[in-house]
Design a protein around this ligand. Structure first.
Ligand code: ZN
Length: 380
């Protein structure tokens, strides 16, 4: 029998091998993390075996991306991206790396987030490799999405593209937007003194309390009213706090970390200015600095990649896909920030980062077929 990359048994085989190769992100689970070396090597060799030109690129030491290229390498370049790392297996109530199949579900850590998608991308690349595809598809199987996205950042530094399909699970929906975020730290200073010396001591924690109350008010009254049609309202929360030296000492310093989830169109500078304004309104003085920011994603609904993908989904599934946005952050925004029109479409399942995780095999096979059709629509 001829091997057919898009057939359900072929897709299942590669998916099971991906799940059976642990790739827990060592930056979030230092005691468990295996990193992406083994899985990237497996993906690269599998692609090479199926006549797809592929290689590894070191994003940072021990953290490779598997990269591949299909087609005649003329005309526009389309990128298919999936991440290879997973979160830890702590708290899981199923064997994380056995890739057990039950009905149409394939279980295991990373099955849904997002080895199903990686299997779809690999199967699509193998299929395109056999079809004398006239355009150019770049495959980006990247490291470290679950922590600092060093894989995607390295990829966009080294490669150009005319469009990108990120394949995070989306239950078949076409994702055109997601939120970004800003992490900020606020520090208040007090005056240390013996706990009895109300006349000398100033509590930094007390000052911070006033600021926290104002931040909460601002979140409820202002940010929740600011909404985007696809991703919903903006929001912010006080996530970490530290301060004080002892029960009988006025606290000299208090540090608060705040996370702000941003809408397409909001900039980190704007967010920082708003935080400063909220602090000013309390009359307390505090230092504030930005720790990290990640941009939101917004893709033009009329972009060629969106049309190509929508048509492909329609022709594979017989249905017009729902257009949606999501609240959580994805690597998609890094591709978009590099000037590459980017959208997201992927399989269905459940249990990302949870005790029981599974992906729906039919949706993985459909995703692989959609990617092949999208490539033809976009580049053909
Ligand atoms: Zn993911």
């Amino acid at each position: 029998m001829v091997w057919e990359p898009l057939s359900p048994p072929s897709v299942l085989e590669v998916l099971q091998k991906l799940i059976e190769t642990p790739s827990v992100n060592p930056s979030i689970a230092p005691n468990e993390g295996q990193g992406e070396e083994a899985i990237a090597k497996f993906a690269q060799e599998w692609l090479a075996e199926h006549r797809v030109r592929s290689w590894l690129e070191t994003a940072s030491p021990g953290r490779p991306n598997a990269v591949a290229e299909v087609g005649a390498c003329k005309g526009p370049t389309l990128i298919f991206c999936a991440h290879l790392d997973t979160v830890s297996t702590a708290g899981m109530t199923i064997p994380p790396f056995e890739a057990r199949v039950e009905g149409n579900r394939v279980y295991g850590r990373g099955s849904y987030d997002m080895k199903g998608s990686a299997a779809a991308v690999m199967a699509a690349a193998a299929a395109l490799g056999r079809e004398k595809f006239p355009g150019r598809v770049l495959v980006a199987l990247v490291a470290d999405e679950e922590y600092a996205s060093v894989g995607a950042q390295d990829f966009v530094k080294n490669h150009k593209g005319d469009a990108c399909v990120l394949t995070e699970p989306s239950e078949g929906r076409l994702i055109l937007a997601h939120k970004g975020f800003v992490w900020a730290e606020i520090i208040t200073k007090g005056r240390a003194a013996h706990g009895s010396r109300w006349d000398l001591g100033v509590s930094a924690i007390g000052k911070m309390g006033t600021i926290i109350a104002a931040l909460e008010r601002y979140d409820r009254s202002e940010l929740r009213r600011r909404t985007h049609s696809l991703v919903g309202p903006a929001s912010q929360h006080c996530s970490l706090i530290q301060g004080g030296a002892g029960l009988s000492t006025y606290a000299e310093e208090c540090a608060l970390k705040v996370e702000r989830r941003t809408l397409p169109g909001e900039s980190p500078e704007q967010v920082m200015e708003e935080l400063r304004e909220v602090i000013r309104s309390t009359g307390e003085d505090a230092e504030i600095r930005m720790l990290l920011e990640r941009p939101p994603l917004s893709c033009d609904a009329d972009a060629k990649i969106v049309k190509s993908l929508r048509e492909a989904i329609r022709s594979v599934t017989g249905r017009t896909p729902e257009v949606a946005g999501v609240g959580y952050w994805m690597d998609a925004a890094l591709f978009a920030a590099a000037g590459i029109p980017t959208t997201n479409y992927g399989p269905g399942g459940a249990g990302a980062h949870e005790a029981v995780e599974w992906v729906d095999l039919d949706s993985v096979v459909a995703c692989a077929n959609v990617l092949v059709k999208t490539a033809w629509n976009f580049c053909g």
